[in-house]
Design a binder for this molecule. Structure first.
Ligand code: NDP
Length: 447
């Protein structure tokens, strides 16, 4: 890479000390787009990349709430409004003890490009809190959500910023947040997405990220003469993304051989059955259970500590959290014959792991393309709310499938190189998204 690139990265690190996840996301992106950036003197003069890596604003605030024992509690929350060139800010809220500014900046940065790839008018943002919803009662979660929204409502709006869910923020949390927003504002507007069906939510939103990821993975395989049916799929996570990715894989005739949570993973050599999948959804979505309990209750399922990447498979789909698949896990997967790796989570593969896949001819679907189905259906939810209609499940799924195909094609167009058999989807996603955002930034002038 050039001196200009080295200067750009060292400047970024100096301005954002200790924000390792944010550095990682920017380096991954900039290494793809820098040749195009440098070749365009206008972009360099206008400091497009420097401006693009500086959020429009970061709002940080205290959330005070009272637990069931009457103790006063306080957490920190943020909203990172990163870039609104393409539309109102859009991106999820995450509730997890590991949440900090660096994590939210990396997620907000990725969100700009993911949203650009959907072709929908959405800017990039992310938010959340270091609040841990695990083990809290419904009333505690409600009080926390209401207190958070008391502050957040000043900064969001249907044409300004439209948050959604993420890790630790599902339909329950979105409902509490939304209920408090409409009460304070005395207006019913689609200011949050991921709402329940009875509160103005879209059909297929819950399934969208996992299903979309599997649609993307199938396109990647087909593009390279492979099929999804009959393949063994190792999935990590047992949350929203993982569960619905698993179900779509099963529907398409693939074998889901692992699922996980933060305690460990389950191995199902014969593949998850329809009945087992329903039992797992109940365990995770209704009973707040652990994956180890799933192994205790089912035949042909064993529980193991650690991550699932030692299990031999053709397709690996990390759907839990960032940096959950490192270089040594990548080596193991490659040695065991993995064909494709498709990111359901945001940045689940470390930079070194991605490098291993790309250099070994493994199909690699980056999260900003592969998991964009969730935000896409959130965009559909905004449209339905704005025009006061509800589309059917079939209609939303049809739109989702067509949008994932378009994203795949944009990646192929920007990521195909003469003489290379394998499409570089990481480069393709970064370049296609950058061209769209940079064109808008250039058109707006100095803003
Ligand atoms: P959920 O909270 O529904 O599920 C997260 C899953 O990952 C749980 O099984 C959880 O296990 C596991 N997990 C979380 N943190 C860790 C960790 N540090 N180590 C091991 N396992 C962990 O979240 P989602 O399914 O919604 O999100 C998963 C990923 O997908 C995230 O990266 C998110 O940003 C991304 N994503 C989500 C979208 C959506 O629509 N929901 C859209 C696009 C991307 P445990 O219960 O033990 O914590």
């Amino acid at each position: 890479m050039s001196t200009r690139y080295e200067d750009f990265i060292s400047g970024l690190k100096k301005r954002n000390p200790h924000q390792t996840e944010f550095h990682q996301a920017v380096e991954e992106f900039a290494s793809s787009v820098f040749p195009i950036y440098e070749a365009n003197k206008g972009y360099c003069k206008e400091q497009i990349l420097e401006r693009l890596t500086e959020p429009d604003r970061i709002i940080s605030f205290r959330v005070s709430w009272e637990d069931d024992e009457g103790n006063f509690r306080a957490n920190r929350a943020w909203r990172v409004q990163f870039n609104k060139c393409l539309g109102p800010y859009k991106g999820g809220l995450r509730f997890h003890p590991d949440v900090n500014e660096s994590v939210l900046k990396f997620l907000g940065f990725e969100q700009i490009f993911k949203n650009a790839l959907t072709g929908l008018p959405m800017g990039g943002a992310k938010g959340g809190s270091n609040f841990n919803p695990k083990g809290k009662s419904d009333r505690e979660v409600m009080r926390f959500c209401q207190s958070l929204m008391t502050e957040l409502h000043r900064y969001i709006g249907e044409d300004t910023d439209v948050p959604a869910g993420d890790i630790g923020v599902g339909t329950r949390e979105i409902s509490y947040l939304f209920g408090h927003y409409i009460r304070m504002e005395n207006r019913w507007v689609g200011v949050l997405t991921g709402k329940g069906a009875s509160c103005g939510g879209s059909a297929v939103r819950k399934e969208a990220t996992g299903w979309g990821c599997m649609y993307f993975c199938e396109h990647m395989l087909n593009q390279h003469g492979e099929a999804l049916g009959g393949q063994r799929v190792a999935i990590s996570g047992a949350g929203n993304v993982a569960l619905y990715a698993a179900h779509k894989a099963m529907e398409k005739g693939a074998k889901v051989i692992t699922m996980s949570d933060s305690d460990g993973y389950v191995h199902i050599p014969e593949g998850l059955t329809e009945e087992q999948w329903h039992n797992l959804v109940k365990l995770k979505e209704e009973d707040d259970g652990r994956i180890s309990e799933f192994a205790e209750n089912e035949t042909g399922v064993t529980f193991h500590e650690g991550k699932p990447w030692g299990v031999s498979c053709e397709i690996a789909m990390p759907c839990a959290t960032q940096n959950e698949l490192d270089e040594s896990a990548a080596e193991t997967l490659i040695n065991n014959g993995v064909v494709a790796v498709c990111e359901g989570a945001n940045m689940p593969c470390t930079a070194k792991a991605v490098e291993r896949f790309r250099h070994n001819g493994i199909l690699f679907g980056p999260g900003k393309a592969a998991n964009a189905g969730g935000v896409a259906v959130s965009g559909f939810e905004q449209s339905q709310n704005a025009i006061r209609v509800s589309w059917s499940r079939e209609e939303v799924d049809e739109r989702l499938q067509s949008l994932m195909k378009d994203i795949h094609n944009r990646c192929v167009e920007a990521g195909s190189r003469e003489g290379q058999k394998i499409v570089d989807y990481a480069d393709g996603a970064n370049i296609a998204a950058f061209q769209k955002v940079a064109t808008a930034m250039h058109a707006y002038g100095v803003v």
